[in-house]
Ligand binder design. Structure first.
Ligand code: HEM
Length: 530
């Protein structure tokens, strides 16, 4: 049977079966989207009640075929889930999605991976029904009418003379590979030291307070938490195998993300499709913009405190149940494969809440709270600091991926490097992994910030050959924080903007007050966590 005949047969099978159009199934399943009204091309904005709701593993529509799409062809990777050296999760989560960009950007030598892929070919072109219209993610993360089949950006990775290939040719030379491996090793060494210091600082503060005064404890904890989250940022990009399934969760130690869900939204959606409609990172903190401006700091802080107390437990249970019910085998190949992910997920929640309880028992809630607030807000701003997420420019005028041919050129042009104190080896920790951020975006499979630092010259030199202007890094405190503070903390609430409220009415209108109370309560229920 030739490819055309197979395709026709497959189409007939799909039509003849009780398989329904995915869009229709999602419409039936969804509980949250219908009331979000916005123009077709407008950036989706998440009202607080939608923010983070059912974020991780939305119930997949029944009967989605076992298909992964590469370059318009259909593949069945079900048998490969357990064998993937990069871990079961990455393959499992990409079912019913287009894996073309990910194969090319997440492997040092994609030609090898493409050859392996052939074994799993279904011998037919992919069909719209093969692709989940909303990435099997919560529908509200996308604009109304978004369709994964049509709207996933396409890049051409075939031509050898594109930037990514030129960079990899130099990085894959044995001496460079050796240096990179050494750097990964040193990075892990520093991470272990940071972990030990973190424990020591807490032990000293709790038991020998005279050696750890509050003015030392608070900044140290902020720096340590952000740095450990920086290490965690790299761990979620690494192969999700063995102990890394647990270690990846240290990303959450800065109180903001949940690695368990971010691995998908960040590694599989933000990185390949930066600044496109698939890039859900654009939307993560827009919920707070719904609040009156001067309530944002206190209300969001209490909302996040509620996450630590109960919200993240609720979410962890909710996503585990969904995972168990609908996809452990699909996602992880087996129960055993999934277990370390869940141990890490709950272990981190227990750690964060235990610390809070311990500090309260020692009568030291004030010190804990001070480090919590500072870590929370610095991390929140850092997450949005390394792209132009705050720019209110319509997506369609801003980014036309269809015309963009060279993926790596696009990454460099749409990403900033952040500096914190100016030393790259320190900054890659202090910036929570966002320095050097351009290299990280071009080479998301690299395992550490140090590897990125030593790869920077190669990336810059090759980029310059493609006439890409290598902009100076931006300083987080000087160049980004003031702009972000203005946008996230001082812009009027949505309602105030729409109804032209003055400052007084913005803060005391009954609806605005109600929203603030609701936002806090949602924290306890785990709504709004990423
Ligand atoms: C679906 C999207 C995929 C993602 C996000 C992904 C991600 C990854 C990651 C993060 C690693 C670890 C890289 C490292 O530590 O250097 C890896 C390794 C690997 N992956 Fe994938 N992978 C995907 C699909 C595939 C497919 C379809 C194949 C082959 C059929 C494949 C074959 C491999 C191999 C052989 C390795 C070991 C490193 C290498 O030799 O390239 N991957 N993958």
């Amino acid at each position: 049977m030739n490819v055309v005949e197979q395709t026709v047969k497959q189409e007939q099978m799909l039509k003849g079966s009780d398989f329904e159009q995915p869009t229709e199934l999602v419409r039936q399943n969804t509980t949250i989207v219908e009331d979000i009204k916005r123009p077709h091309n407008q950036k989706p904005e998440l009202p607080p009640e939608e923010m983070g709701k059912k974020l991780p593993l939305k119930e997949p529509p029944p009967n989605m075929p076992n298909v992964w799409v590469y370059d318009g062809e259909a593949y069945d990777l079900s048998d490969f889930i357990k064998q993937h050296p990069g871990g079961e999760f990455f393959i499992g989560r990409m079912k019913n999605r287009d894996i073309t960009t990910l194969i090319n950007i997440f492997h040092p030598n994609p030609e090898k991976n493409k050859k392996m892929l052939k074994k799993y070919a279904l011998g037919r072109r992919a069909l719209p029904e093969d692709v989940h219209p909303k990435y099997a993610a919560p529908e509200f993360l996308f604009r109304k009418g978004f369709d994964g089949w049509k709207d996933t950006p396409k890049f051409n990775f075939d031509s050898q003379d594109q930037l990514l290939n030129q960079i990899k040719i130099r990085l894959n030379k044995p001496e460079m590979k050796k240096k990179i491996a050494q750097m990964d090793f040193m990075f892990d060494g520093v991470t272990i030291i940071l972990g030990i210091v973190y424990i020591l600082v807490e032990v000293l503060r709790l038991n020998f307070t005279q050696y750890m005064p509050v003015y030392l404890f608070v900044p140290l904890m902020v720096v340590l938490r952000i740095s450990l989250a920086g290490a965690g940022h790299y761990f979620i990009h690494r192969a999700q195998v063995r102990l890394n399934k647990i270690f990846a969760q240290i990303f959450d130690i800065s109180y903001v993300p949940m690695a368990f869900v971010v691995t998908d939204g960040h590694a599989l959606m933000h990185h390949p499709y930066t600044q496109s409609e698939v890039d859900i990172k654009r939307n993560v903190f827009t919920a707070m913009l719904d609040l009156p401006r001067y309530y944002r700091i206190p209300v969001h802080t209490v909302h996040k405190l509620a996450h630590i107390l109960t919200g993240m437990f609720v979410r962890a249970i909710e996503i585990s149940m969904l995972g168990f019910k609908f996809g452990v085998k699909d996602l992880y190949g087996s129960w055993q494969g999934s277990l370390p992910h869940y141990i890490g997920l709950f272990g981190m929640r227990i750690l964060l809440v235990s610390e809070l309880i311990l500090f309260c028992l020692h009568g030291d809630f004030g010190a804990w709270f001070a480090q919590f607030v500072l870590t929370l807000w610095l991390s929140t701003f850092m997450i949005v600091a390394s792209h132009d997420f705050e720019a209110e420019v319509e997506l369609e005028t801003r980014v036309n991926h269809k015309e963009e041919k060279d993926w790596a050129v696009f990454q460099i042009q749409n990403t900033y490097d952040l500096t914190m104190i100016g030393n790259k080896y320190v900054d890659c920790f202090l910036s929570a992994g966002l320095s050097p951020h351009r290299v990280h975006h071009v080479l998301p499979y690299q395992r550490s910030g140090f590897a990125n630092v030593i790869s920077e010259d190669i990336v810059r030199e090759e980029a310059e050959k493609f006439n890409v202007v290598w902009e100076q890094p931006k300083n987080f405190f000087i160049d980004r924080l003031p702009i972000l503070t203005k946008h996230y903390l001082f812009s009027p609430s949505r309602m105030a903007k729409e109804k032209n409220f003055g400052l007084w009415k913005e803060h005391f209108h009954p609806h605005e007050l109600q929203k603030a109370v609701k936002y806090i309560m949602q924290g306890f229920a785990g709504i709004g966590s990423i």
